[in-house]
Design a protein around this ligand. Sequence first.
Ligand SMILES: [Zn+2]
Ligand SMILES: [Zn+2]
Length: 125
Amino acid sequence: MLGNNIKAKCKNCGCDAPADSFKLHYTIGQMVCEKCFRNPKKEEPKEEPKKPSGWDAEDDYLSKISVIRQEENQAQFSKIQGSNQVKCKCSNCSYSFKYDPFRKQPRSCPYCDGDIPKLKTMNLL
Ligand SMILES: [Zn+2]
Ligand SMILES: [Zn+2]
């Protein structure tokens, strides 16, 4: 054993390997390191991006929109101090009325009969 530590770059995998371990690979047609010689079809496992490019921005945009929508919904209710009822502002006609989130009364806007948005009771009471 000569014991030289001369390293060379393998042109197949790009790694540094002891120069004396290089062998001519018959299918690759060049000197490759021992690793490549044993396993010439070295395929770098390409990690698939979990989301396609562009998704992040859109996803972020959509989540922001949904937050804004939630805020809009919540803005239609405001707590009435000392009461289990809340003040509800109709999204249709902007009429303000008292709403009982426990009995879910009234069922609809007393002015225009419009739907009352679902109230996240926990946030207000
Ligand atoms: Zn190699
Ligand atoms: Zn209304």
